[in-house]
Ligand binder design. Structure first.
Ligand code: FRU
Length: 472
């Protein structure tokens, strides 16, 4: 396995190749499974994507198992695209649980597939398994002709759940009037599906919605989705692709007749440079956990620096909770603290130098403005009105021209910063404000400078949770 200082100790990345969206997240028969969009042959041009596969018993120590779903049927010739996992209690032949994986088979054909119903085949595929390792045969369950006639060929990324005695599926779609929409499908058995509804936003909001997800927190339903075509909005930093969530009206669900998405209530999941296509799952203890892709379709870098043979990673798993004003807080799963090794002396205000590149930094009881700088070059600052993350010149070995990201925040009592080989995740004010960013530091040891005061400043060197990979 390629081991360099920019590889991660606790952010998932395959041993080689390209990773994008997290897929099929679940805890199944006790084990956590994280599948992901995977091109092991990257950077070979046009390498089709399949599903790679990680497992963990504790959400901290992970093994990679190589390609789980290969794009090896005519329905997925240009990729086995994103999708989800559903656990079917007691449905396996041994009386235990059965796993179902739903995903999109993608085939790009010549033609203008953006506006018309030809040029791309978007097929929804189902695979079953009783152990999540040996996967059953692929069953085509939906084809282009099954979608409403006002849909283009962009229909993908199924997320499935059970409710009201039925199975429900949402698919992200682009309609022929160039608006992002959600298709709601329903089914008795999870195999034969019919269109139940089309969900739209109150106002036009991008031309395509990718990776939809349904989240229920404290009885309130949220739609999470990734609208494309957002670059003109004031908060979008000129980026086409965004990801966020909106609460549905109190008492309604995605199947409620007439329900629509209030774009005025849309909040971004993460205001950093590198975050997209998150997916959630409910684990066996009932927590709702989110994992995102720490990358962007329009990233300023298509390749890792120095010709490294791997590109992109996932965020750490984050527990979701609903705040009083309806916002969703994200906090790293507490299991991550098991990777904390020696506690290093952190002085606020002051500077310390870590012996490695991996750190968990936690400040509490912050009063007033505060600035935390990594390696003198990546500044995380709160000024009383906003949280910001800024690369100063020369701080990023990638030279990707990244400068500043910010989001409004009127109070910051605490700050947690996770630093891995080439990833930084920032959680402020109990996870109300979150920023994720790749960075490629040039220094051998990590230096942390704090300007400002807080009641407690603690920092730990972090261990390595990548316990090996079957395909290394
Ligand atoms: C989001 C996405 C999905 C698609 C997948 C393909 O990043 O474009 O809509 O299924 O990536 O890799």
């Amino acid at each position: 396995m390629a081991r360099t200082r920019w590889r991660m100790g606790f952010h998932l990345m395959p041993p080689v190749g390209w990773l994008n969206d997290p897929n099929g997240l679940c805890q199944f028969r006790g084990t956590y499974h994280v599948f992901h969009q995977y091109s092991p042959d990257w950077p070979a041009p046009n390498a089709p994507r399949g599903w790679g596969h990680f497992t963990s018993e504790d959400l901290v120590h992970w093994r990679h198992h190589g390609m789980a779903i290969a794009p090896d049927t005519p329905e997925e010739a240009t990729g086995s695209y994103s999708g989800c996992a559903v656990v079917m209690p007691g449905a396996a032949s041994d009386g235990g649980d059965r796993l179902r994986l739903y995903y999109t088979g993608n085939v790009k054909e010549p033609g203008d597939f953006d506006y018309i119903r030809t040029g791309r085949r978007a097929t929804q595929i189902l695979i079953e398994s009783d152990d999540a390792m040996s996967l059953g045969s692929k069953r085509v369950i939906l084809r282009n002709e099954d979608y409403p006639s006002n849909c283009t060929c962009h229909v993908r990324d199924p997320k499935v759940w059970r409710g009201e005695g039925r199975w429900w599926m949402i698919l992200g779609a682009r309609d022929t009037s160039d608006r992002g929409i959600i298709l709601l499908m329903s089914s008795e058995d999870g195999v034969a599906w019919t269109v139940a509804n089309e969900l739209r936003s109150s106002e036009p909001f991008g031309y395509m919605w990718e990776c939809p997800d349904r989240i229920v927190l404290d009885g309130r339903t949220y739609l999470s989705f990734c609208p494309q075509g957002m670059e003109g909005l004031p908060w979008a930093n000129g980026m086409r692709d965004q990801s966020g969530y909106a609460p549905l009206p109190e008492g309604s669900d995605l199947s409620t007749p007439g329900v629509s998405i209030d774009t005025g209530a849309f909040r971004r999941w993460d205001a950093g440079f590198d975050f997209y296509a998150p997916q959630t799952f409910v684990d066996e203890s009932g927590r709702t956990v989110l994992i995102g892709w720490m990358g962007m379709p329009e990233a300023p870098f298509e390749s890792a620096p120095d010709g490294l043979p791997w590109c992109h990673c996932l965020t750490v798993p984050r527990v979701l909770t609903r705040l009083d004003d309806g916002a969703i807080a994200q906090t790293p799963v507490p299991e991550l603290e098991r990777l904390r090794e020696a506690e290093e002396l952190l002085i606020a205000p002051g500077t310390m130098v870590f012996s490695g590149q991996r750190a968990d930094i936690e400040l509490t009881g912050i009063e007033g403005p505060l600035r935390l700088t990594l390696d003198g070059g990546l500044e995380i600052a709160f000024d009383g009105h906003e949280l910001s993350c800024t690369f100063t010149e020369g701080a990023d070995a990638l030279g990707a021209g990244r400068t500043r990201r910010a989001l409004p925040l009127d109070r910051m009592g605490d700050l947690r910063v996770l630093v891995d080989g080439s990833a930084v995740e920032i959680f402020a004010e109990g996870g109300r404000a979150v920023m994720s960013t790749r960075w490629f530091p040039v220094a051998d040891a990590l230096s942390v400078t704090i300007e400002g005061t807080c009641a407690s400043a603690r920092a730990w060197r972090m261990g390595d949770g990548m316990t090996g990979s079957v395909d290394a």
